[in-house]
Design a binder for this molecule. Sequence first.
Ligand code: NAD
Length: 384
Amino acid sequence: MVVEPKVKGFICTTAHPVGCEESVRRQIAYCKEKGQVEGPKKVLVIGASTGYGLGSRIAVTYGYGADTIGVSFEKEAKGKRTATAGWYNTAAFEKLAKEDGYYAKSFNGDGFSKEMKDTVIETIKADWGKVDMLVYSMAAPRRTLSDGTTVSSVLKTVGSEYTNKSIDLRTNEVTEVTVPVATEEEIQNTIKVMGGEDWEDWIHALADAGVLADNFATIAYSYIGPEVTHAIYKDGSIGQAKKHLYDTSVKMTKEFEKIGLKAYVSVNKALVTQSSAAIPIVPLYISLVYKVMKEQGLHEGCIEQMHRLFTDKYIKKEVDEMGRFRLDDWELRDSVQNKITEVWDKITTDSIKECCDIDGYWEDFYQMFGFHYDNVDYTADVEV
Ligand code: NAD
């Protein structure tokens, strides 16, 4: 069938299989051109189908020559409904990686569940023996716990409500949003979903099964961002989960000291992904930071960020005073943030095109679902 984008607010409910393959192909081409460095050879990626997790999988495959197992939670096509972008990305990645001679296996299902952990561990035992690295890049709205109850994460503030500019993604109008305060229960649930507990469960499951290689390393992703996003992000409910994620990294490194395990948090740049598009205020900030960073020649997408993380920062073990990788180093440069502070108050619906890279935002958004690639024929019938 002919697949067209159907955008509803911050989500597109269709995805283009050929366009998703093009997206993966371009990310692979970027890494191939850069060449390889010595690094982990057996890498498990949780949340491997889109955004930073997909970028990680591609970066370690082509940057280290690593074999990968990827876990994600995507929907396959059904009747006239296309599969999700992550489903097509994963199919494309497996195909292209195998063509290039790499081992790539993918599992689609709930990464929080014990069943998924068991399945992955069986595969590691059978195919690899041991695993060198786990990248934890899951971004989920909810989690079903082992007792069968489901808890949801929220994007709210802590302490007092917060009002600032945002963008209405249906109309590109600059609006004002007031972000409500999370209850204590909502904060705890957000920590359950997006904090470090499940990451730790994965590491414990791998350790109990005896499949952690010596000097095993694991990396999970976080965000800090500038002042204008703090109330909703760093100091908000999601920020409490990210604090828990960091504390978990410190705890795990201590617990597994004997085998030389290192657990890291990498603080990444704000980018358009399916998860970040859902956060109030953040999309407006992203469109502004895109404009400023592109002007200063500092812009990166997921693949540039992840390639820099794995082939440069990780190899050099270049961490900040808290032991974190800082891929937000360019975003938080004074030259970038001073410009953002200067422009932020001036953004209105009328000036948005001039102040922000709103076209760049939407370009990334459509491309995330496989649309807007100049070399893909969108009038052609495709197999979904
Ligand atoms: P994303 O939405 O692109 O990717 C989320 C991934 O998690 C997908 O592969 C999805 O299939 C998978 N997933 C969701 N629920 C799952 C489940 N139950 N079981 C298995 N897999 C599941 O998101 P992203 O923006 O790439 O986020 C990845 C990480 O990076 C998150 O920790 C996020 O907080 C962090 N991060 C994002 C940004 C940003 O601006 N996007 C910045 C810094 C850090």
